[in-house]
Design a protein around this ligand. Sequence first.
Ligand code: ZN
Ligand code: ZN
Length: 274
Amino acid sequence: MKYNWNNYHTHTFRCKHAEKDAADYARHAAELGMTRLGMSDHAYSPGEVSHPTHMDFDMAEDYVRACREADGLCGVRVLCGLECDFAPEDVSFFKEYYLGELGMDYLIGSVHGLKNHPELLNPFSPQPFGIKELRLYTDLYVGLIESGIFTFGGHPDLFGRPLEVSENHMGWTPEAASCSREIVDAAKAHNLPLEINTSGYARSRERNIPFAIFPRREFWEIAADAGIRVLINTDAHSVANLDADIEPAFALVKELGLKRVELGDDGKPAEAAQ
Ligand SMILES: [Zn+2]
Ligand SMILES: [Zn+2]
């Protein structure tokens, strides 16, 4: 692999829309020359009954076991984390159960939808995602940052595409820019790294969109101005995609002068090879 880089956003079969388990990813990570691997499957949120894209409550313990067993395989240090769908009422559960009782190494905070109404705020559902949804998204994302329990924020620019679809143009709106600034300012104030998520490159290609819907360049220009620290992650849902599309993300980081971090053995952000 061309880059001195490790991935901290990796899913397993437990979330019902990804494949394989921690050991499979660790073996492939070693083949790619990675020294560290962060597992971050989709977390169960309190009250969910068989959520279609989250692991079930009773899978969490087995997930931790699988991550711990994979640790050290082929010389790869495996961290055990989760990607949590942020809702303010779930913060204490995430903190006490996942970080406390199960002893996980880190949590990613993400916004994929509105709790109990995932179709209302899901950028990939056919539902419109306009100004109102952007407002809800931004408030949730700022709340995620302010909660203080997450190690980094996942794909903060996930709203890149839906605005365009709902407004029938490809441009970047003043609302998108101001919401981006709100998110970036909150991240700066709480010193929280944000994730450049390379899975958006494939999603853009699939939809024949001639630029990246995310990582959305305009968002990262604002982040660069504020001196936000970033992680480059692939959000792998398959072993084959463990290092998918990291090249354009590295080019973006270099071009905008963003400061890249990784996670250390303790699961905390640490300086990365630039
Ligand atoms: Zn996500
Ligand atoms: Zn993910």
